[in-house]
Ligand binder design. Sequence first.
Ligand code: SAM
Ligand code: ZN
Length: 261
Amino acid sequence: MKSHLLEPICCPKCKSDLQFNGHENPPSKLSGILVCQKCGSEFNAGEGFIHFIREDEVFRFSKREEFFRSVYASLYTPITNLMFLLCGGTKNARREVLAKLEIRPKSSILETGIGTGDNIPFLKNQIDGGFYYGLDNQVRMLRTCAVNLVKWNCSACLYRANAEQLPFKDNSFDVVFHLGAINLFQNKKQAIDEMIRVAKPGTRIVIADETEKASRLFAIFVGKHEPIEPPMDCIPHTMLQTKLEIIWKGYGYLITFRKPD
Ligand SMILES: C[S@@+](CC[C@H](N)C(=O)[O-])C[C@H]1O[C@@H](n2cnc3c(N)ncnc32)[C@H](O)[C@@H]1O
Ligand SMILES: [Zn+2]
């Protein structure tokens, strides 16, 4: 039987099947290589996760952003908790988003941009016979996430991948969500189309990030960007129950919609 880590994956480039050559037991010691059966792309597995992208493939707006992102990565949780004070506190801020997820027994949950996994403790009790999948493009975040999972006595499958080119088969997940980086994605429309592709029909998709009000506060660190607009124009008209809400005391937006059956 395939490990959970290998179950939903496909080639992020051409979406074809991958052949795994290596050891998969225990999953935390997974090591080997995955080869796409169609385009021949190769991806390494090691440190307990699969590397679908390399360091030189991670997109950054500027060197300055790269520097602050690496500092942010090492202090992610305390800095985020501090920022969430403005939004009503970490617990309230995260719950404002996570309450929209439709998690049922045995749900497979995908978080794109999982970071250090800080949403997992809030969802732990709802993962009843299901499984949590997370991807991030920063290996530092994934390493911290792996350490946190042991600390919290939780399990999740982790992948180093670009949220704009998901390494998962169509219609794989019961819950698909993103909290906190889509404003800086190179291609938001592609990232949203990918979330829709990998969600099972009928899934409610949840996306949250900072509003312009928050972005103005942080421009000093990451540099100036175009004014932030929630990416409502990227949600296809074929989606159902599409809704935009302002959350986090005005510092965040929340988009929800449902993939049709
Ligand atoms: C603000 S953090 C949010 C982390 C987590 N979702 C949370 O709620 O704490 C955003 C995360 O998205 C990741 N990220 C940014 N751009 C990404 C991309 N194109 N693909 C995958 N992950 C990305 C960052 O490395 C970072 O860990
Ligand atoms: Zn391929």
